[in-house]
Design a protein around this ligand. Structure first.
Ligand SMILES: Nc1ncnc2c1ncn2[C@@H]1O[C@H](COP(=O)(O)OP(=O)(O)OP(=O)(O)O)[C@@H](O)[C@H]1O
Length: 278
C-alpha cells in the first residue's frame, strides 16, 4: 500500500526542531473527576504534558487509565476538574470552534447509505464549503490514504481496514494541524494493522501533522511515535514520557532492530512499574 501523491496544501511539515517547535497541547496539573452516583471517579490526576507541532505522541496504559478521557479533554468533549489545558495557545473550546483537530474513533462510523465520497464531503458541506471544493478535497485525501477510485463505493463494499482509511481521510479533509486517533486500528487484524501503521507513518512524515494516538500495543506505540506517554492504572497519571529517535523513514523491519527493542523494553518496564501498587 503506497500513499497517494496528493499535493498537501493545508498541511506542511513542522518548522524548527525539538523545543523550538510551537506547543500544540499544554496540560498543567490537569485532573478530572467524574461524579457518579456511587462515588467520585478520578480519571486523570496531575497530568503535565507538552505536545509540540509535528510530534507523534502515543498514549499507552492499561484499560481504564484515562487515555480516551485525556483525548476528549483536548477535543473539548470533556472538561478538566482542575488544572489548565491550552490547545494552540488558547482554550480547547476555541480549538474546537476553529476546527483545529480531526478525530478518528475506534470504529469508522461511516454513513452506510452515503458513498465514500459523500461520507467525506458531509462535514465539509456543514462547514459551508462549495461543492467543487468538497469534491476536490475528498479526491485529494482519498488519494492520500491510497483509496483513489473508491469514491462511488459504499462503506459495505470496503474492508474494515479500508473503511478506517476513509475515516482518516475524512478527518484529514478539514486539513487540521492536529489529528486525534483513539485506538483506530484496535479492531483490525494484525496484517491490516501493520499496513495502516506504515501508511500512517508515511502520512505523518509527509504532512508534519501533530498526532495524538491512543493504543494498547507496545509495538504499535514504538513503531509510530516520536514520544510515548506511559500512563498508570486509574487514577491516570503520567508515569514516564519516552522520546524515540528512530529514523522517520522506518519500515516494519525496524521492529527487529536493537534500538526499537530497547525503546519497547523501556515502555514495558514503565508499564510494569505502574502496576506495582507499592
Ligand atoms: N462519563 C463517565 N462517567 C463516569 N466515569 C467515567 C466516564 N467516562 C470514563 N469514566 C471512567 O474513567 C476512567 C477512564 O476511562 P477512559 O475511557 O478514559 O479509559 P481508557 O484508558 O481510554 O480505557 P480503555 O483503554 O479501556 O479504552 C475509567 O475508569 C472509566 O470507567
Amino acid at each position: 500500500m503506497v500513499p497517494g501523491q496528493a499535493v498537501l496544501e493545508g498541511l506542511a511539515p513542522a518548522a524548527g526542531t525539538g523545543a523550538q517547535r510551537a506547543p500544540v497541547v499544554e496540560a498543567r496539573d490537569l485532573s478530572l473527576i467524574f461524579q457518579t452516583p456511587d462515588a467520585p471517579v478520578t480519571a486523570l490526576s496531575d497530568i503535565n504534558l507538552t505536545i509540540r507541532r509535528g510530534d507523534f505522541v502515543s498514549l499507552i496504559g492499561p484499560s481504564g487509565c484515562g487515555k480516551t478521557t485525556l483525548m476528549r479533554v483536548v477535543a473539548d468533549l470533556a472538561r478538566q476538574t482542575s488544572g489548565t489545558l491550552l490547545v494552540n495557545g488558547g482554550s480547547a473550546e476555541q480549538a474546537r470552534l476553529d476546527r483545529a483537530y480531526g478525530y478518528v474513533f475506534q470504529a469508522p462510523a461511516l454513513y452506510p447509505w452515503r458513498s465514500i465520497e459523500r461520507n467525506i464531503m458531509l462535514p465539509l458541506e456543514i462547514m459551508g464549503m462549495s461543492k467543487a471544493e468538497r469534491r476536490e478535497r475528498a479526491a485529494r485525501y482519498l488519494d492520500l490514504v491510497g483509496l483513489k477510485g473508491f469514491e462511488r463505493k459504499f462503506p459495505w463494499q470496503l474492508s474494515g481496514g479500508m473503511q478506517q482509511r476513509v475515516s482518516i481521510a475524512r478527518a484529514l479533509s478539514f486539513e487540521p494541524a492536529l489529528l486525534l486517533m483513539d485506538e483506530p486500528f484496535g479492531a483490525l487484524d494484525e496484517i491490516t494493522r501493520d499496513n495502516l501503521n506504515v501508511h500512517l507513518l508515511r502520512l505523518w512524515e509527509k504532512t508534519g501533522i501533530t498526532v495524538i494516538f491512543v493504543t494498547h500495543s507496545i509495538p504499535e506505540a514504538v513503531f509510530l511515535s516520536s514520544k510515548i506517554v506511559v500512563m498508570s492504572p486509574r487514577p491516570g497519571r503520567i508515569l514516564e514520557v519516552i522520546d524515540s529517535d528512530l529514523p522517520t523513514d522506518r519500515d516494519l523491519d525496524a521492529r527487529e532492530t536493537p534500538e526499537f527493542l530497547e525503546i519497547a523494553h523501556r515502555v514495558r518496564v514503565a508499564l510494569r512499574a505502574g502496576h506495582s501498587y507499592d
